[in-house]
Design a protein around this ligand. Sequence first.
Ligand SMILES: [Zn+2]
Length: 289
Amino acid sequence: MAARRAYNTTAYRYPRERLILALTLLLVLLIIALTATATLCGSLLVVVVMVVYAYARNRSHHRALMERARPVTEQSAPVLAAIAAESVARLQVNQVQVFIAPGNSLNAYTFGLVSPKVVVLHSSLLQVLDADELRFVLGHELGHVRLGHTWLNSLVGGMAGMPSPSMASVVLALAFLWWNRACEYSADRAGLLACGKPHKAISALVKLAAGTGALTRTGLERALRHIEAEDDHALSTFENGHSDGALAGLSESLSTHPMTVRRIEQLRRYASTDGYRHLQSLMTRNAEA
Ligand SMILES: [Zn+2]
């Protein structure tokens, strides 16, 4: 019987098998890399298109708004001009122009991609708000400018309106609205720092929500109670799992602005912080210097 000899048990492997495997793996990696690059480039292209679209849409919208607006100057509106100069100094906002536009809705807004940024107040605000409340509303808009919300909004504001069926765009749109609401809280703080009186910041918000119904003292108090009661209702029903509260939560998450009651609550909370008191005294000292 012959002795057993060791031999290579895989010696029959087709000579190019390993080479072909290596090439196949390389090809797979290449395809993954190419697909990812294409997706990335495609995504970047979509973002660029969205930004250009938002910019163009905002521009034409703002041009239409500005057609009837007139600048606030010491000659045209001395009281408002003084309030504006004071708020600009307190919040240290660079290069901003304030305008008044005829309009019945109690509205103020700001826009601009490049300086000077523009703040527009609807003329009806001047009839409804007193000087301190105007300081709050103007300060709120100046806060948007100072914190960079203005140009960010000019760029990305149109994204939420982009028609797209994908789930990702819904998530993006909700995220932007979430960011929008956070910006509102920040701007409210700027408004409070501009006016320096928490109860005036709150009455301004109540008047913006309730309109001319909040012009008298009793009307204002009634409107505030109504706003606060709405929240109690929403919260209690929400905790009970009732649909009303859930609906209130849902409608807020689809909105650019938080509910008035939450804005008031946030203002009260901020007004009681050391951070607010510190900034407030620094701003007052600077304004007097
Ligand atoms: Zn705002």
